[in-house]
Design a protein. Structure first.
Length: 253
């Protein structure tokens, strides 16, 4: 299915730092309990709630349902933000042996109409948190909740867990990539072949392809671009600039 995303910020910065490895997984990724609490406050703030209400109304329009007023949506945060770890450039290039690095926090929200969305929370320039993305997908909270050492390969919407030196698939795109599983070393060779020439600073990036944006029609019908993210390994300082509503095309769930 298609996953619909709304980028509320003019520029959404995804800085994929290296998570701190530990015996039971990737550790906290430099995110404290205080960070979790602060990020949840941002997700529950009036500004984010207003964006969520607009988002849910747009979903009504796209689905052909009766459109409710934004005030009727009354979205609420459910649960605590979870740390999402993602494939890192350092792993792709062999500088790290840990596939996953901390990417963002994700928290589920639910409207009074029963619609659900996930809020992505990233650090802003003042070391606080901002709601940088809203999406109908729930993978960002479903898979990290399954335990430690879970990470995503966002290029193909794949999710994995590292178990006893093996990269084990958690969804269909991951199974298509690694079968029933493979060693961390074998997985590193695989992603090196696929992505090493597409990292920040590469010819691929210099040609303006790093963000993976192609012209498209937004759900709002305003002609804004639709990011397809064929390659989403974004190093620090690489910003994706999206204005308005967008469709993020991903693999079937």
């Amino acid at each position: 299915m298609r996953k619909i995303a709304f980028f509320g910020a003019l520029a959404a910065l995804f800085a994929l730092g290296a998570g701190t490895a530990s015996a039971d997984g990737y550790g906290v990724g430099g995110v404290s309990d205080a960070d979790i609490a602060a990020a949840r406050q941002v997700a529950a703030s009036p500004d984010t709630q207003a964006k969520l209400s607009k988002f849910f109304v747009q979903l009504d329009r796209r689905s052909g349902f009766a459109v409710q007023a934004e005030s009727a949506k009354a979205p609420q945060v459910t649960g605590q933000p979870l740390r999402v770890f993602s494939l890192t450039p350092e792993f792709v290039t062999g500088q790290s042996q840990e596939p996953g690095g901390f990417a963002y926090l994700a928290v589920k929200t639910r409207a009074a109409s029963g619609q659900e969305a996930t809020v992505w929370l990233t650090r802003d320039g003042r070391q606080g948190w901002e709601a940088s993305n809203l999406t109908t997908g729930t993978e960002e909270v479903t898979y990290p909740a399954q335990g430690a050492a879970v990470f995503t390969e966002p290029q193909i919407n794949a999710w994995y867990r590292v178990e006893n030196g093996q990269v084990v698939p958690l969804n269909d795109p991951a199974r298509a990539q690694v079968g029933k599983g493979m060693t961390v070393a074998a997985y590193q060779r695989l992603v090196h072949q696929q992505y090493a020439d597409k990292l920040p600073g590469s010819a691929y990036a210099q040609q303006g392809k790093l963000g993976g944006f192609t012209p498209g029609v937004s759900p709002a019908g305003d002609g804004s671009s639709a990011p397809v993210w064929p390659f989403a390994l974004m190093g620090a300082g690489v910003a994706l600039v999206v204005i308005g509503w967008s469709v993020r095309r991903v693999s079937h769930r």
